[in-house]
Design a protein around this ligand. Sequence first.
Ligand code: SAM
Length: 203
Amino acid sequence: MDLKTSTWPRRHAEQLAQLHRLLPESADRPLAVANVGPGLAVRYLGRIANRNTVVGDLVRRFETAVRRLPMPDACFENYEATELAAALDGRRFHLTAIDINPRVVRIVVKALAPNAAGVVADLGVANSPVLLQLRERFDVVFSFAMVARVRSAFADNARDNVRSLVRPGGLLVGGGEFGAGDIAPVEGIEHFFRRREAASPAA
Ligand SMILES: C[S@@+](CC[C@H](N)C(=O)[O-])C[C@H]1O[C@@H](n2cnc3c(N)ncnc32)[C@H](O)[C@@H]1O
């Protein structure tokens, strides 16, 4: 399956540092975190690709070509989910990797075991039963460069699906326009959105 999984180390380092600052130091339960479209790269090659040099660019092209070859999971690695886990810095968490590509999901779950679970789902599908089950489950939803990979006719579904995962009061960190309805941009912090807390029942 070639769904353009390109990623590289520290791609979202700025947003992860910001997330670290925003999250409370402690909580009475593990944080529920979703990483939607974590991506993967060929082991080792992905680490030297995409530097802003001629060599880095050549390695990136080579890595993209090699990634399409049939190879075992052990030949690939993910950076985003492990960096996300590191940014939580000792806080208890459980991470759910959500991706259309089963290989991406397997690799993240293995890297973060026992603190991770995986869900294979196409975010471009509206009312997907598997995603409906995850509705408003997550304190943090982290999703970059996934909506851009969904065909434009289904991109609104993808955005709606990502939004639907965030629980009231929870954060959505992502590239793209996610602000809508009760999800609003966090003032002054690019790529951060928050779902409004649920209104308390009238006395
Ligand atoms: C370009 S990579 C982004 C990787 C990483 N988030 C980053 O920013 O470096 C796109 C990711 O979205 C996933 N993806 C593409 N289309 C998808 C879809 N329709 N539903 C769910 N995931 C999808 C790919 O498998 C891949 O993991």
